[in-house]
Design a binder for this molecule. Sequence first.
Ligand code: GRG
Length: 279
Amino acid sequence: MNFEEYLQSRIDEIPASRVAEAMRYSLMAGGKRIRPNLLFAVLKGYGINPEKGNNLAAALEMIHTYSLIHDDLPCMDNDELRRGKPTCHIQFDETTAVLAGDGLLTYAFETASQTDIKADELIRCIRILSESAGPAGMILGQDLDTVETIQTEDWNKLEEVHHHKTGDLLAAPLMIATAMAEKDEKTIQTWKSIGYKIGLAFQVQDDILDVTETPQELGKTNSDERNSKITSVSIWGIEKAAEIMNQLYDEVCMQIAEIKDFNSEVLVNLIRGIQTRNK
Ligand code: GRG
């Protein structure tokens, strides 16, 4: 069973309902599955069968999808297009979209808890997952982004938002796979800083794609422009932003190659693929 079939099978286990239908609609709408693929690539690099990570990879994708559903709501970015389809609240209604997000968030932890690894290892993984997604992680990033409505050209301030809003959930798969490989805390923190750098590169790239590609190509609209948000492109322009993005990805690949007892080939290929993405 491939990962897409595996995700389907998880949703099939939920009792049929309108909220289950909405959860399936958004989860299976064709995301790039970057977070699960990062988890699988690090497991492979540590010589662990990637299938062992299916539940935690599914949990990451469920949390990511919930964040997109809620981010698209009228009270947040008020978007109508996501993953090339009407957003969850447009396809269903606002109440169902709130519930679908809540359902995916809680079901993520139920799914993660069914991972067949040693209990202390699993607790470590679930702690990383909750810290990355919670009020010290992605939620903090979203809060900084919405409450402060960043109107500053201070890149350090924007960087803090991106660290949490984008970086924490991209660092989580690297850290979880490292915990599954039973590595020490220092190694996990090294992966966290690599994940933050990937998050920053990914966000700068998102800002560039928002202005170089059409909403049809991206499958989503440019809410930053609509909300007059300051972005890396509005600060530096496309050319310099692209230079900074490529430098960040290069640094990431160099750092990965230096990690002890880790075969970097699969992960570096994945990151080079992300670097050249066009959506
Ligand atoms: C509402 C709790 C809550 C959090 C929102 C993820 C997020 C935080 C907001 C979404 C908007 C945004 C631009 C986030 C930055 C991270 C990012 C670029 C997400 C898109 O990730 P992709 O490109 O999406 O991996 P797909 O659809 O391919 O999975």
